[in-house]
Design a protein around this ligand. Structure first.
Ligand SMILES: NC(=O)c1ccc[n+]([C@@H]2O[C@H](COP(=O)([O-])OP(=O)(O)OC[C@H]3O[C@@H](n4cnc5c(N)ncnc54)[C@H](OP(=O)(O)O)[C@@H]3O)[C@@H](O)[C@H]2O)c1
Length: 349
C-alpha cells in the first residue's frame, strides 16, 4: 500500500450525497479532495452553498471540465442525477480517472431492463462494464475496479437483509415482499411539491407503487444470489424525517428455519464487516441507531403461525445508502482498509 494520498474529485458536490461525500472525505486519512464541482451553483463559494462547511472548506464550486478534473484526480465520485451522470462518467473514465458513480446509470446489467425503467442510456460503450458496489457481496470484484456503480439506498437496505437468507436457501424466493420507509433527503436537494415541508412533515404515504426504479436493481441482485429469476413486491414510503431507511422484508421460511438460523447465516456472511451489525433475533432496529454513520443494523424474526421470516434493516440513506458506501468502494478498489475514514459512530439521539 503506497503512502501517497488518493486525489479525488466530487462531481455534484453541491447536492446532498455530494455534500456528504465531502464531509466524510475531509477526515479520510488517505484522500485529498482536489475538485468540488457543481452545475447551477458553480462559481459560488463552497461555504455559501454548503454552510455547514463554512470555516472548513474554502474556495469556490467549479464548473465541470473533464480535462481539468482528470488532471488533478485519480478518482472521481459522480453524485449526479441518473441520465445526466453517464456522459460525465464516460468522459472521466476515458481520461483514466477511476469513477464511483452514485447514480443508477451503471447499476443495471441488462440494457433492455435499463431502457424500460430509465429510458435511453447516454454512454452505451460503458454499459455493463461497472462493478456493482454492494461491498459486502462484491468485495473481490471491487479490488482494482475502474468503474463502480454504487447501489441505490433501498436496494442496499433490502438486499443486505435478504442476501443471507437467499444465499443459504433459508427462504423461498417466491412471494418476497419489501416494505420500506425513507427519510425525505432520499429525494435530493432540489425542492419539489411532493417533498415540500408542509406536504411531508406530518404525514406518511406510499409512493411509486409497483413502479419504483429500485425494483429491478433489487431483483437483479437477488436473482444473482438465487441463480434464478426472482421477483419482489417493493413498496416504498416517504416518512417525515430527514435521514434513514427502515426496510421490512417478508419471506416464506424453508422447513425448519427460524430466526436463530437466519441470524447465524447473516453473522457468518458478514463476519469481519466494518459496517454490518446483526442484532439478536427479534430485535427491532431503529434508524436513530445508525443515523449519520456507515452502519447497517439487521435483525430477523420468525413467525411460526404463518411460517414467514421478517428481515429488518436500517441504514442512513446518505451514508451506507450512498456516500459512505461509495467511499467503502473506493477503499476496497484502492486496496485501503475497507473501513478507513468510515468508522465514526452514529449520531444519537
Ligand atoms: N439522496 C439519497 O439518499 C441518494 C441515495 C443513493 C443514491 N442517490 C443518487 O445519487 C445521485 C445524487 O443524489 P442527490 O440526492 O445528492 O441529488 P441532489 O441533492 O439533487 O444533487 C444533485 C447534484 O447534481 C448536480 N446536477 C444536477 N443536474 C445536473 C446536470 N444535468 N449535470 C451536471 N450536474 C448536475 C447538482 O448541481 P447544482 O446543485 O450545482 O445544480 C448537484 O450537485 C442521484 O443519482 C441519486 O439517485 C441519492
Amino acid at each position: 500500500m503506497s503512502n501517497e494520498k488518493i486525489r479525488v474529485a466530487i462531481v455534484g458536490a453541491t447536492g446532498y450525497t455530494g455534500a456528504e461525500l465531502l464531509r466524510i472525505l475531509l477526515s479520510h486519512p488517505s484522500v485529498e479532495v482536489t475538485s468540488i464541482v457543481g452545475q447551477s451553483k458553480a462559481g459560488r463559494p463552497v461555504a455559501e452553498v454548503l454552510p455547514s462547511l463554512a470555516g472548513i472548506v474554502s474556495g469556490v464550486v467549479d464548473a465541470f471540465d473533464a480535462d481539468r478534473v482528470a488532471a488533478g484526480a485519480d478518482a472521481a465520485f459522480c453524485a449526479l442525477p441518473h441520465g445526466a451522470s453517464a456522459g460525465i462518467v464516460a468522459q472521466l473514465h476515458a481520461r483514466g480517472v477511476r469513477v464511483f458513480d452514485l447514480s443508477a446509470d451503471f447499476r443495471i446489467g441488462d440494457l433492455d431492463t435499463y431502457t424500460r425503467w430509465y429510458g435511453e442510456h447516454h454512454a452505451p460503450e460503458l454499459f455493463g462494464k461497472a462493478v456493482y458496489g454492494l461491498v459486502e457481496l462484491h468485495r473481490a470484484e471491487l479490488r482494482g475496479a475502474t468503474l463502480v456503480a454504487v447501489p441505490g439506498c433501498y436496494p442496499t437496505a433490502a438486499n443486505l437483509a435478504l442476501a443471507p437468507l437467499v444465499n443459504a436457501k433459508l427462504v423461498s424466493t417466491e412471494g418476497v415482499i419489501i416494505d420500506a420507509k425513507s427519510g425525505v433527503s432520499g429525494a435530493g436537494r432540489a425542492p419539489g411539491e411532493r417533498t415540500h415541508f408542509s406536504e411531508t412533515s406530518e404525514g406518511i404515504r406510499a409512493y411509486k407503487l409497483l413502479s419504483h426504479r429500485h425494483t429491478p436493481e433489487i431483483e437483479q441482485e437477488l436473482s444473482r444470489l438465487a441463480d434464478r429469476p426472482v421477483q419482489v413486491i417493493f413498496t416504498p414510503h416517504l416518512v417525515p424525517m430527514t435521514r434513514g431507511i427502515l426496510s421490512t422484508a417478508y419471506a416464506v421460511a424453508a422447513p425448519g428455519v427460524d430466526a436463530v438460523r437466519c441470524t447465524e447465516a447473516a453473522r457468518a456472511l458478514y463476519e469481519g464487516s466494518p459496517s454490518v451489525v446483526v442484532l439478536d433475533p427479534g430485535a427491532s432496529p431503529d434508524t436513530l441507531w445508525i443515523r449519520g454513520s456507515n452502519r447497517v443494523h439487521l435483525s430477523y424474526t420468525f413467525d411460526p403461525r404463518t411460517g414467514r421470516v421478517i428481515a429488518l434493516s436500517t441504514i442512513d440513506n446518505l451514508v451506507k445508502g450512498a456516500s459512505g458506501q461509495a467511499v467503502q468502494c473506493l477503499n476496497v478498489a484502492f486496496d485501503r482498509p475497507e473501513g478507513e475514514g468510515l468508522l465514526f459512530a452514529p449520531q444519537w439521539p
